[in-house]
Ligand binder design. Structure first.
Ligand SMILES: C[S@@+](CC[C@H](N)C(=O)[O-])C[C@H]1O[C@@H](n2cnc3c(N)ncnc32)[C@H](O)[C@@H]1O
Length: 433
């Protein structure tokens, strides 16, 4: 397919997403099924255009003065890919599979449109209802942070200390130009291509041998700040596919008793293969039903040294990777997540022993899911828990992180602008002895 034909296809997919209110991944998959002639490069190129358009949906519509899929794609080519009016006109020719030629108005807006007077929700490409909450945490950095959240995310991997160290694997990854991440000691960052895609690292021999995992640097740092120690009993209460479980096991050199569980057995299923591949040791407790789940950990009540709660959240800190999610976020879905967070924190509070710690993690920048959730635990358990000061939490991490991270009322907040990571939040809460 020509670049122009990919633009036409992206407009088609964006139209499907808008008209049928469907997730981008579903719309892209259906497009692929209906156009089997398109190769993997074409599909990736189209997906990249679609995700860029979702990243810049509001600002692209603003400069183009219209919020049609076509206008948004045109605006995105200028804002996200830096194409000048002439280059966009060369794609929008109306020939063969190319989109219809640019109108005079489109051309004028492409040349002169600006975000100078755009309100923050437009300049930052985010739903307006979350801005008051975000402004509380991000302050003057609100729009610059949102802009950073609207860029493409890097491809990070965590070298598995159970196999060897970062220097040992670097030669094998030299062909991908892998380089150490700014903060995480086991992190490597691999450049992504012009189409927004990284190399298929998950098919490399070293990956299959468990030498590394694909994991955002922020997630790696969250596991590090959890400060798991050999000899401890640690519960990973929301283990999902096991990203944190594997990192926790590596950090302790498989020296802790690590128990991984999750409310949803389907989310937990991939963990078995990942444990096997990485050589990480964990006892996986799979719930059989909603009711059985409550009983899964009863034997551990009041006995656990460290409960890691990688909580279900809106994922607002991962909008770089999943821009679709920001436009699907509603006040109601945020309320659902905060209710789940309160529930899961309450479960953690019953598990932890006197003197033990809860490590509360989200990949969100919203204080409603972060400091407010911690405050809810503190008030619900009246006086039985204390927040561990941010400086103490950060003491277990690298110096560079200490300088870059934002401290909030109860925890620490990573972000694309400040730490170059996804927007992870970490708070550590100690049960009084
Ligand atoms: C952010 S994801 C976990 C990601 C995972 N820890 C990782 O690093 O790959 C949150 C998880 O919480 C789980 N969850 C939601 N409510 C829960 C509950 N009440 N108890 C346990 N897990 C729950 C979800 O099924 C989901 O897998």
């Amino acid at each position: 397919m020509t670049p122009a034909a990919r633009c036409s296809a992206a407009i088609e997919v964006l139209t499907d997403i808008a008209e049928r209110r469907r997730p981008a991944a579903d719309a892209l998959k259906d497009w692929g099924l209906a156009h089997r002639f398109a190769g993997s490069g074409d599909r990736a190129g189209i997906a990249s255009l679609v995700y860029d358009a979702l990243r810049r949906r509001a600002s692209a519509a603003w400069i183009m003065g219209a919020d049609t899929p076509r206008a948004i794609l045109i605006g995105t080519l200028r804002l996200q890919q830096g194409l000048a009016g002439g280059s966009v006109a060369a794609l929008f020719t109306g020939e063969r599979f190319a989109p219809a030629p640019l109108s005079d108005d489109e051309r004028a807006r492409l040349d002169a449109g600006t975000l100078q007077d755009a309100p923050p929700e437009v300049a930052g490409d985010a739903p307006a209802f979350v801005l008051p909450d975000l402004a509380g945490t991000l302050g003057d950095d609100l729009v610059p942070e949102l802009r950073a959240l609207a860029r493409r995310a890097p491809l990070d991997i965590r070298v598995n200390a159970l196999r060897g160290d970062r220097d040992a694997i670097l030669p094998a990854l030299a062909a991908f130009d892998a380089a150490p991440t700014p903060h995480a000691p086991a992190g490597l960052r691999v450049p992504i291509g012009a189409d927004g895609r990284g190399p298929a690292l998950h098919v490399e021999a070293e990956f299959l041998d468990g030498w590394y995992e694909i994991q955002d640097e922020g997630s790696q740092l969250a596991a590090l700040l959890a400060a798991p120690r050999a000899g401890e009993t640690i519960v990973d209460l929301c283990a999902g596919g096991g990203g944190k479980t594997l990192a926790l096991a590596a950090e302790t050199g498989n020296g802790a008793r690590l128990i991984a569980t999750d409310g949803d057995p389907r989310r937990l299923a991939p963990i078995h293969e990942r444990l096997r591949r990485s050589g990480a040791l964990a006892e996986v407790r799979t719930p059989r039903s909603g009711k059985a789940r409550a009983d899964m950990l009863e034997d551990l009540d009041g006995k656990v040294d460290r409960v890691v709660v990688d909580a279900p959240c809106t994922g607002s800190g991962t909008w770089r990777r999943n821009p679709d999610a920001k436009w699907r976020l509603r006040p109601g879905s945020l309320a659902l997540r905060t209710a789940e967070q309160a529930q899961v924190l309450d479960r953690a509070a019953r598990l932890v022993r006197p003197g033990g710690r809860i490590v509360y993690i989200t990949c969100s920048l919203l204080s409603a899911e972060n400091d407010a959730a911690v405050a809810g635990l503190l008030s619900g358990w009246r006086g039985r828990f204390d927040v561990v000061p941010a400086d103490e939490v950060l003491a277990t991490g690298p110096d560079s992180l200490r300088a870059a991270v934002r401290k909030t009322a109860h925890g620490i907040q990573m972000s694309p602008l400040r730490t170059g990571t996804d927007g992870f939040y970490v708070a550590v809460i100690a049960r009084k002895g």
